[in-house]
Structures are given as C-alpha cells and as structure tokens.
Design a binder for this molecule. Structure first.
Ligand SMILES: Nc1ccn([C@@H]2O[C@H](COP(=O)(O)O)[C@@H](O)[C@H]2O)c(=O)n1
Length: 298
C-alpha cells in the first residue's frame, strides 16, 4: 500500500475523497494487470470534461453555449434562463430522490428543446457560438484525450447535453479523435440546415442507465473491454456503464463541483473517488498513466 501511494501521490491530496482506499487500489491494480486492451473510458461531458467555473465565473454547458444573440431572440434567452433557474436547483438538490427529480428533468429538457426548435437555429452558426462562448475543458484535458487516442483506448462521451455542440467544443480544442464515440442529444437539421427537431430518445441527467442499455450496449469498439474508468459529475452518471457486457472492474470518479457540503456524503458513498472542487484532469490522468503504462504489452 505504501508503495502504491508513492506511485500516486495525487490521491493523497485533501481534495480527493475515497470511501474505501483499499478498494480503489485493488481496482487499479486489477485494471493494470488486465492491460489496455481490456479497458474503456466512459465520460460525461458538461462539468466533467469541461470546467465548472473559471475565475469565479460559471463555464457554460453545451445548452448554455447556445444562449447567444446570434441564435436566440431576447425573449427566448429570458425563457431559457428562467427554466435554468427553476430546474438546475432541482437537478442538484441533495434532499430529493432521483425518482422525485425525474419529471422535472424531462420538463426542463423538453421545454428548452422546444424553445430551441422554435428559434430555427442554423447549423452553420454553431461553430461561431462555440468560439464566442467561454467554454473550457478542464486543465490537463489534452493529455487525457491524446493519451487515450495514442493508446487506442475507446472513449465514450455520454452526455445529456447537445451532441453537435460538444463535438464542436472538442474539435475546436483539437481533441475530437477517432477513438471517441458520442452518445448525446443530437440536433436534426432540415435540408437547408435549420433545426427542426432533436433526434432519437431524449437523454437527461437521470435516464442514462436506460439509454446505456438501448444505445451503448451494442457498440462494437467497446466490446471485450470489461474494465471501465467512469467519469461524471452527477449521481445519474453512475449508470453510464449499465450497457457494458460482463463488467469486471468499474472505477468511478465523481467531480463534486456544486453544493459541496450538502452532497459530499452521497458522492463519497456512491463514487470510488470524489474530487472536490478540482478543475483539473490530474487524478484521471495519473490513474490512466498507471493503468496504461505499467502493462502496455497487451
Ligand atoms: N436546458 C438545459 C438542460 C440541461 N442543462 C445542463 O446540462 C447538463 C447535461 O449534460 P451532461 O454532459 O452533464 O450529461 C446537465 O447537468 C444540466 O445541468 C442545461 O444547462 N440546460
């Protein structure tokens, strides 16, 4: 154990919480032994791969990136902000159960998507909306994406945000590599490039388990990879690996960004590792380096 802690000093930082350190060590060691050919990474996007805040200012989610006068009228911007002010507190409420939150999440996503469709958003303006936004990936993001790509480890980005927007964020940061598969809410544009609907089943924060079973279970590039590094910022993200066939070791890392004291206990009880107000990818990167470099012969 002492040797292990020397190898991963980042886990000793006070912003890193673990319910059972020994279990974390055991899982990492098992994943090291199995090698990279048995590994896949599943990550949420908003507030997990992106920062929560920068210099005290909230970083936009993929939905909020669209809150730009280029795309939305003043009236629509106001309505979208009102929806956010009503429903985000519900999403992160430490005293409500997931079942209690569910109908509110469906209402939030459906109403905001309806408003976006009414605005007839043009596909060719998404690039500019992302450029003009303050979206930022977490510090250390490049090493995270590049290392997985170089080592040919598949990365499933599983997001209740907007797929077209998060792809553009990764593209503009030069990390949208071919080993990435995205499952998210994609926009459906008509022949003239105007938003007319959203494709497929709606994904919100708390139905990722269902979506995993129906959409990610059959993904060819993820098959034969029973070891999972899972990254999220919501308890709903813990179900993102529900589509993995015969899982062996699932190491879960939760970013606790908001309502820290209220949610600390439930996060520590649910994720293997909890990172408190940590805007970096340092811990996932060091764990990946351990898993990927100790036995890279497979
Ligand atoms: N109209 C909305 C709906 C949701 N959000 C936020 O987006 C996040 C979803 O994306 P993940 O990549 O984290 O799955 C979710 O946590 C909501 O807070 C929003 O900003 N506007």
């Amino acid at each position: 154990t002492v040797l292990f802690l020397v190898q991963i000093p980042e886990l000793a930082k006070c912003s890193v919480l673990m319910r059972e350190r020994a279990k974390v060590e055991e899982k990492i060691q098992a994943m090291q032994c199995a090698g990279l050919s048995r590994l896949q990474v599943i990550s949420d996007f908003d507030m997990t791969l992106t920062r929560f805040a920068h210099n005290g200012i909230r970083v936009p989610t993929t939905h909020i990136i669209l809150n730009n006068k280029l795309l939305l009228s003043e009236d629509c911007l106001k309505k979208i902000r009102e929806l956010h002010n009503t429903f985000y507190p519900v999403e992160i409420d430490a005293n409500m159960t997931t079942e209690e939150k569910l109908p509110h999440m469906v209402e939030w996503w459906n109403n905001s998507h309806k408003l976006l469709i009414q605005q007839k958003i043009r596909k060719d303006l998404l690039f500019q909306a992302v450029t003009e936004s303050n979206v930022m990936l977490r510090d250390g993001y490049k090493a995270f994406f590049d290392h997985l790509y170089e080592q040919r480890v598949p990365l499933l980005v599983f997001s209740a945000g907007i797929g077209d927007v998060l792809e553009e964020v990764m593209r503009q940061n030069h990390v949208f590599h071919p080993n990435i598969h995205v499952v998210s809410n994609y926009m459906d544009f008509d022949d003239t490039g105007v938003l007319q609907a959203f494709e497929g089943q709606l994904i919100h924060t708390f139905n990722k388990g269902e979506v995993a079973v129906s959409q990610t279970a059959g993904l060819k590039q993820m098959q034969g990879r029973p070891n999972v590094l899972l990254l999220g910022d919501s308890l709903g993200d813990l179900t993102m690996a529900d589509g993995v066939a015969e899982p062996q070791n699932i190491l879960t890392i939760g970013f606790l960004n908001d309502q820290v004291e209220e949610r600390k206990k439930s996060y520590v009880n649910s994720f293997d590792i909890v990172l408190v107000e940590d805007e970096t990818m340092d811990v996932p990167n060091v764990i990946l380096r351990n898993i990927l470099t100790l036995r890279d012969d497979k």
